[in-house]
Design a protein. Structure first.
Length: 604
């Protein structure tokens, strides 16, 4: 069958590469500029087509039965046709049944590459915007259209298909009352192209009713012939969490500022790499330094620290910095003019994010506290000294209250306490008590002839002698005038007590030399003993007094034990004396007398 063929020079003259094929796709002629580096000479249309597009190309070829031209896009095949896209135009040549097909190739590879690059860039920016939680908006003032991305809608509580409010006044009503004026001004400046207002923040009401902080970034991308904005494009970001963090930081900073001002604490930061220290105003004030002066490491601060403290503080600072350990120090500084101040420091060395070693810390002036502590310590020392004096005075008063002022022997009050204790102890241990009541003989003559001063010295001599003869369980007291009491444990053996009494008499009988005078006196001793659970020390003391009376009566310079006969005699004597006194008071005596006359004169 003879088919309608096109001249080859006609095909070569076409502006685009072409194929001349039959209805089955078999090739009659190929334009030279369509031959690719393929392994074999192409014999069929599909030799030029990517395998994935074979079916669509053959379908287009088959659709030419109606006689109308057909076009479609397909990818070409072959090493040199990689990523090559073309528009294939199929046209019938001649009439059936001898018709053939002219296939013209229009290369659109560059266009598809540009579209692919644009799509890639759009995808990249879209991913970046989505991941950064930025919502894109595009507003056209001419058409009234407003576009908002899904993220832009979500931050306002809108769904992807929910309409956007395009009425400007209604949108303004959604703004926070405190932000409306500022927001409108920022929009005006942004539309005018002011670079200072490319970005601004405001609050907008969420669909659920709460306020959302939005950071708006936008710019005019299209203007009319009069310079008025036609189209504005930008991004919005929900910065509510950031604003909440900023407000929290502001509150913390405000609280910290108030705390620093109230506590008068100075803050510093040291950069060891730069060799510099940053001070706040309080630090400059504390160290009396002009704020224009640089604070270098090894300079200003070191010059203020007291020389006696600098070595200790410096060593500790170096050690803690090397170990990156927090530390505290108390030291003194010397201000210009010589004033001394006490400083307390707390410091924290650390490694900054850039890897440099730094230290932050605080100083506060504790001079008032130190001076107060020193004053309290002085007051404490004085109080303790006063307490010692008071305690000594108390001890002295108690001692004086219980002792004789002249001889320093226990007095009658102390004797009563001792007797009570001895009695209680004796009732528990079955140990009795012997009381020796001592009265000095011829002591009055010493006072009358040599004076009371000499008498006092004799009393001191007697006290010393009694103390010298005291055994561990003995006790001696002066109960008044020239009378003394000597106590000794009693186990029922009176001979031991008598030996003690006689020894005391012999010692007191010895002459005492005082200021050139030989003073002689003696002593009479009355002895009374008691033992057993019913011991009454008061009665024993009274019995010793009775025994002393008997010793005096029998010639002095001797000792006598208490006896019931002496007690009866004294009782009887006292009774008779009391009766005589009572009779005199009642005029019960009737005197009988006889007058006596002088024999010579007869005078009475």
């Amino acid at each position: 069958m003879k088919q309608d063929l096109l001249p080859t020079d006609f095909l070569d003259a076409l502006p685009v590469p072409a194929l001349h094929i039959n209805k089955s796709g078999e090739i009659f002629y190929v334009s030279p500029n369509l031959i690719f580096a393929t392994p074999d000479i192409p014999v069929h249309l599909l030799d030029f087509i990517h395998p994935d597009d074979h079916s669509s190309v053959m379908a287009a070829l088959g659709s030419l039965e109606d006689g109308s031209p057909v076009t479609l896009e397909a990818r070409l095949n072959g090493a040199e046709a990689a990523d090559c896209h073309a528009i294939l135009s199929f046209s019938n040549i001649g009439s059936a049944p001898h018709s053939t097909v002219l296939v013209q190739f229009t290369d659109i590879s560059d266009q598809r590459a540009r579209e692919k690059e644009i799509a890639f860039r759009e995808s990249r920016w879209n991913n970046a915007l989505v991941n950064s939680l930025s919502g894109v908006w595009d507003q056209n003032f001419v058409t009234g259209e407003m576009y908002g991305s899904d993220t832009w809608r979500a931050m306002r509580g809108l769904t992807p298909d929910e309409p956007i409010e395009t009425d400007f006044d209604k949108w303004v009503a959604l703004l926070h009352p405190d932000d409306r004026e500022h927001t409108l001004y920022c929009i005006e400046r942004q539309n005018a192209g002011d670079p200072a207002y490319v970005s601004f923040q405001y609050r907008e009401r969420h669909k659920l009713g709460h306020w959302v902080w939005i950071e708006c970034r936008g710019a005019c991308v299209e203007r009319d012939e009069n310079g008025r904005p036609v189209r504005i494009v930008g991004t919005d970001m929900d910065v509510s969490e950031r604003k909440a963090a900023e407000h929290q930081m502001e509150r913390i900073s405000r609280h910290l500022k108030v705390a620093l001002e109230a506590s008068q604490v100075g803050v510093f930061e040291v950069d060891f790499e730069a060799g510099e220290t940053t001070w706040d105003d309080r630090m400059y004030e504390m160290y009396r330094v002009d704020r224009s002066m640089p604070v270098k490491i090894g300079g200003l601060w070191e010059s203020r620290v007291h020389p006696d403290d600098l070595g200790r503080v410096g060593d500790n600072v170096s050690d803690k910095i090397a170990k990156l350990q927090p530390f505290s120090e108390d030291y003194r500084i010397i201000l210009p003019g010589g004033a001394l101040r006490y400083i307390r420091a707390r410091s924290l060395p650390f490694i900054d994010i850039d890897g440099s070693k730094k230290m932050i810390g605080v100083n506060w002036d504790v001079t008032a506290d130190v001076q107060l502590r020193q004053e309290l310590e002085r007051e404490k020392a004085l109080a303790e000294a006063r307490n010692i004096d008071l305690e000594a005075a108390r001890v002295s008063i108690e001692h004086n209250a219980m002792h004789d002022y002249l001889t320093d022997l226990p007095n009658r009050r102390c004797l009563d306490d001792m007797l009570a204790k001895r009695t209680a102890k004796g009732s528990e241990s079955q140990i009795g008590i012997a009381i020796l009541h001592i009265d000095l003989d011829r002591f009055k003559q010493i006072n009358d002839t040599l004076g009371h001063h000499t008498g006092d010295e004799m009393l001191k001599h007697v006290a010393d002698m009694l103390r010298a003869n005291l055994k561990p369980d003995d006790f001696a007291a002066r109960i008044g005038g020239d009378e003394f009491i000597f106590l000794s444990p009693f186990n029922g053996n009176t001979s031991t007590i008598a030996a003690v009494a006689n020894k005391l008499i012999e010692e007191l009988r010895k002459p005492v030399l005082h200021e050139g005078h030989e003073c002689r006196f003696g002593a009479s001793i009355g002895i009374a003993c008691g033992i057993g659970p019913d011991l009454d020390y008061k009665q024993v003391l009274l019995n010793a007094d009775i025994a002393l009376y008997n010793a005096k009566k029998r010639g002095r310079n001797r000792c006598e034990f208490f006896s019931s006969d002496t007690q009866d005699w004294l009782i009887n004597t006292k009774r008779v004396s009391d009766e005589i006194l009572t009779a005199l008071e009642r005029d019960e005596f009737v005197p009988y007398y006889q007058l006596q006359f002088d024999a010579k004169t007869l005078n009475i």
